[in-house]
Design a binder for this molecule. Structure first.
Ligand SMILES: [Zn+2]
Length: 171
């Protein structure tokens, strides 16, 4: 049976476990979500409604993940929550389940490949990213809000870029 394992990005992007298969996550994800934000409230609400099972990964699975991340050179890119999400997926696989990690995080996806664990990005589950755009000056790197078109300091034409996921999640 399929078991979805949700990482921090899944909650930030608004993934809804009740519409899908059984959903799992770890305590460290709740901690990583900022206190009092919608993603953290959703995490707690889904757990209270029994739509989300929060489980601690075994030490054995954590060791498997740590070994794999050293080999893959990803150690520095994984947070405690990332490691535990991967380890929980390893546990579920050892239990004979079919875990799928739901994550938009490149380091997690890469390591899931190394561990031969399936993963899906949020787009796979029908979640469209709401990107935050900013304008920036390519000459002096000052940032502006749209609809600003020219840099007020040096007059250079501004360019548009998407804020990184990490920056967007802090807003
Ligand atoms: Zn400028």
């Amino acid at each position: 049976m399929t078991a979805l394992v949700l990482d921090t990005s899944a909650f930030i992007m608004g993934f809804n476990p009740s519409k899908t298969a059984e959903a799992y996550s770890v305590e460290a994800v709740e901690v990583e979500l900022s206190e009092g934000t919608m993603p953290q409230l959703r995490f707690r609400m889904f757990r209270e409604k029994g739509e989300l099972t929060v489980r601690a990964p075994s030490l054995r699975a954590q060791t498997i993940v740590d070994d794999a991340s050293s080999r893959a050179g990803e150690s520095g890119y994984l947070s405690k929550a990332d490691r535990e999400v991967l380890a929980l997926a390893v546990d579920l696989k050892l239990d004979g389940r079919e875990p799928i990690i739901v994550s938009d995080d490149y380091a997690i996806q890469n390591l899931a490949d190394h561990l031969q664990i399936e993963h899906g990005s949020l787009a796979n589950f029908g979640i469209v990213h709401r990107f935050r755009w900013i304008m920036y000056c390519p000459a002096c790197y000052r940032r502006y809000q749209p609809p600003e078109k020219k840099c007020r300091i040096c007059g250079t034409e501004l360019r548009r870029k998407v804020l990184s996921k990490a920056s967007a999640s802090r807003c």
